[in-house]
Design a protein around this ligand. Sequence first.
Ligand SMILES: Cc1cc2nc3c(=O)[nH]c(=O)nc-3n(C[C@H](O)[C@H](O)[C@H](O)COP(=O)(O)OP(=O)(O)OC[C@H]3O[C@@H](n4cnc5c(N)ncnc54)[C@H](O)[C@@H]3O)c2cc1C
Ligand code: SF4
Ligand code: SF4
Length: 413
Amino acid sequence: MLTHDSYIILTKRSKKFYTCCVIMFDLVFILKAGHGEEVFGMNIYGSKELMEDVISRDMCIGCGACNYLCPYFRPYRGKVAMLFPCDIDKGRCWAYCPKAEVDLEELSKTLYGKAYKGDPLGSYEEIRISRAGPRMVTKGDFQAGGTVSSIISLALKKGYISSAVLTDRKGILPVPRIVTSPEEVLECSTSKYTAAPTLAAFNQAVKDGYRNIGVVGTPCQVLAVAQMRSNPMEDNDFEDPTGLVLGLFCTWALDYRAFERFITKRVDIERIKKVDIPPPPAEIMEVYSDDGAKMEIPLDEVRKLVPETCSYCTDMTSEFADISVGVLEGRPDMNTLIVRTKRGKAIVDEAVREGFLVVEDMPEENLEHLRWAAGNKKQRALRKLQEAGLVNTSNGKRSILRLSPKTLKGIIA
Ligand SMILES: Cc1cc2nc3c(=O)[nH]c(=O)nc-3n(C[C@H](O)[C@H](O)[C@H](O)COP(=O)(O)OP(=O)(O)OC[C@H]3O[C@@H](n4cnc5c(N)ncnc54)[C@H](O)[C@@H]3O)c2cc1C
Ligand code: SF4
Ligand code: SF4
């Protein structure tokens, strides 16, 4: 039998062997059968079921939550590679995955102490608009207003968080990164519109002994972090590893490999400085090169590169984050800012006091439109999940999502 130690020696000794394992990943799914167990009303299974339900069915978004928990799952160019089979019945890989038996009721009760009502924007304390303040504004190349980089910089500077898990890039490949200084935060600014294995770095940060970790992620990543925070494995010595969860808005992300094939035919990827998708009605993707050139690509062409799993995603605004940030329609220099929790509010208030952030009231028409767009995404995805038999299933059939039947009915009616 291959132990963890012998595995590490093998992979260290032979890069060729490692590469072979990755290539074989698509072919080898020989796993022993495991039995799921009921924990706190949440069904926990193992890597066999993760392969069957999520990875083999193309439901995986490559968030990284199942990576680096054990020697077996690794991120590899936008996909998850399983290097060896594992016979554990209940695994963290399953328990953290945002595409496997996610119980919105349980999460809402654990994190917010209240039932999940299906509000389009989730639970929140206040919604404002914001941008980087005078102590940030001249230093960064931000996606929009720079709210994310400003809040993370302040949180690091004031010790609210020990480190932050962000997403940098190499060419167009999104690269997860653990940072500990405001200077490094700025190196990771701007959106990478491909799905990223950010949470692989989160798991690594926990392993490295970091506590009070800040993490910035898309709604699926934030959902995975919420599952980690709910202690699904009932560890006696459990401590919430996060100090701040900052969620981005997201309607979809691109499949890395598909986008790489698409964009290399059009532009030198080494020279890409920034990619932007301006809010509707623009309907274009803008690709900026380091020589100042801008290429516009119709969004219709780009949407073909979105993985199917995004159409089953119900959350547009990272509902289980402390703070959520998106682009403000009609104002590319500003962000929409949703403050959801007390620790989120404390950090935002201090960022404003210290000149890291400027906030204003949210215009009513923007709020209305945001609510409509988020509600629309939720309704569309839930209808699709129901048609596919992947929500609130019974008789031992596994679901992607669970919520109260009454709430489900209210949303899709
Ligand atoms: C895939 C994707 C889809 C999005 N879709 C929408 C949308 O539909 N509507 C909307 O309003 N906003 C969307 N956003 C959010 C928006 O692009 C900005 O990230 C947000 O408004 C914050 O802007 P900022 O100027 O504060 O960011 P910055 O200060 O520039 O910081 C950006 C942060 O995003 C993180 N990041 C970058 N790429 C990724 C990634 N792939 N995965 C996880 N984290 C990442 C970086 O770590 C960085 O800290 C999307 C973002 C992504 C990554
Ligand atoms: S945890 Fe994330 S990376 Fe792993 S299988 Fe689930 S969606 Fe894919
Ligand atoms: S649409 Fe959902 S699943 Fe797809 S990248 Fe965005 S948050 Fe993740």
